[in-house]
Design a binder for this molecule. Structure first.
Ligand SMILES: *Cc1c(COP(=O)(O)O)cnc(C)c1O
Length: 377
């Protein structure tokens, strides 16, 4: 079978070293051997999240960790504020409503970030909000938000800030402690190059204090229980042992490359893809683009056919638009283990697809833009 490659913003490609670790023999979790792996994994996560706060591992996808954060930090009926600018940020609202919270939102057009001054105004209009739920990189539109400024504003109004960092951890500058982010949520199948099923979150002192007083009924996702258990190097339930071993290896790879280099590589890849898109006379969708994915406006309803052709003919899987953006955009993921040669692969295949479909007259302009970006020609 021809090789296939994922260029989707989750799941992302899993490097060989990570797959090999996960294919090894199963070990038991109530052993020193596993405790050491878990401890190192958590310490490395704290490094990439730039925090001294405790970090917890949860056996679920990213949404599970979002739910865990919300359930443990809020009371039923309490008023919270959510920034809504796309499908994933809207998920905070859906979770909050599912738990009976009183949800106020501050919205942006899909494709734009919520501006910090809009958040400030919204907090002024909704006094008594104790927690702001927001999103660093909104993957459905490819938008990056200024969560550093948002944290300052939330704290000035006496609110905590909970950040979905699921597609920004290891892909963007993200300073959990320096920016005062009370909770940052991440998950395995994104920038940390591991299969789906393992999520993580950090908790500041203020978040832990709030958890003591607030919190809704929870059992599997009771973070107080997880915290107490992690302090002993343990986990309350059987952890996804294979995934933890995979993440352990992935974080080792990130440390070897260096976090700053990893983030710079993401920024360079994202810049290069955007340059190629513009060279092809196509429009980059977000006004403030994130490094995780490039959303591209596709005119005339060709989006789904482009995706199908890319996969069927070139073995390249990219993402489409979600909900109101379905059929209107495609999203090339470059989050995780992607290097210059991978970017050439995806752009040349994308360009070939446009050529095959008769949407461009000649090939080469996108690839030429990559040469300029990567080699400063
Ligand atoms: C992928 C993603 C999620 C979580 O999705 P799961 O399918 O639950 O892992 C949440 N937020 C953002 C921004 C994402 O990109």
């Amino acid at each position: 079978m021809r090789s296939r490659q994922l260029f989707t913003p989750g799941p992302t490609e899993v490097p060989w070293r990570v797959r090999e670790k996960m294919a090894g023999p199963m070990i038991h979790h109530r052993t020193e051997e596993f405790r050491a792996i878990q401890r190192e994994t958590i310490d490395d996560l704290r490094e990439v999240m730039r925090t001294r706060n405790p970090v917890m591992l949860l056996a679920c996808s990213g949404t599970g960790a979002m739910e865990a954060a919300l359930v443990n930090l809020t009371k039923p009926g309490e008023k919270v504020l959510v920034t809504v600018l796309g499908k994933f940020s809207h998920r905070w609202k859906e979770i909050a409503e599912a738990y009976g919270l009183d949800v106020a939102t501050v919205d942006a057009r899909w494709g734009d970030p919520v501006r910090p001054e809009d958040l400030e105004r919204a907090l002024g209009a909704h006094p008594g909000v104790g927690v702001v739920f927001t999103t660093h990189a909104e993957t459905s539109t490819g938008v990056l938000q200024d969560v550093e400024s948002m944290a300052r504003i939330a704290h000035a109004k006496g609110a905590l800030i909970v950040v979905d960092g699921i597609t920004s951890v290891c892909a963007e500058k993200l300073e959990t402690d320096a920016w005062g982010l009370d909770v940052v949520v991440g998950s395995s199948q994104k920038g940390v190059m591991t299969p789906p099923g393992l999520a993580f979150l950090s908790l500041s002192d203020a978040a832990r204090a709030r958890m003591e007083g607030a919190g809704q009924p929870a059992y599997y996702f009771d973070l107080k229980r997880a915290l107490a258990s992690h302090e002993k190097g343990d986990s309350p339930w059987t952890p996804p042992i294979g995934l933890v071993m995979g993440l352990h290896e992935a974080l080792k790879m990130i440390k070897e490359e260096g976090l700053e280099s990893v983030i710079e590589r993401h920024a360079r890849n994202a810049r290069a893809v955007r340059a190629a898109v513009r060279a092809l006379d196509l429009e980059v969708f977000p006004s403030v683009p994130a490094n995780c994915t490039t959303a591209i406006v596709i005119p005339d309803g060709h989006a789904e056919q482009i995706r199908k052709h890319l996969y069927d003919v070139y073995g390249i899987r990219i993402a489409g638009g979600q909900e109101r953006l379905k059929g209107k955009i495609v999203r090339i993921g470059h989050l995780g283990h992607y290097f210059e040669s991978d970017i050439f692969t995806v752009v040349s295949s994308f360009e070939s697809t446009l050529l095959d479909m008769g949407l461009v007259a000649a090939g080469g302009r996108g690839v030429e833009a990559l040469f300029r970006e990567f080699h400063e020609m």
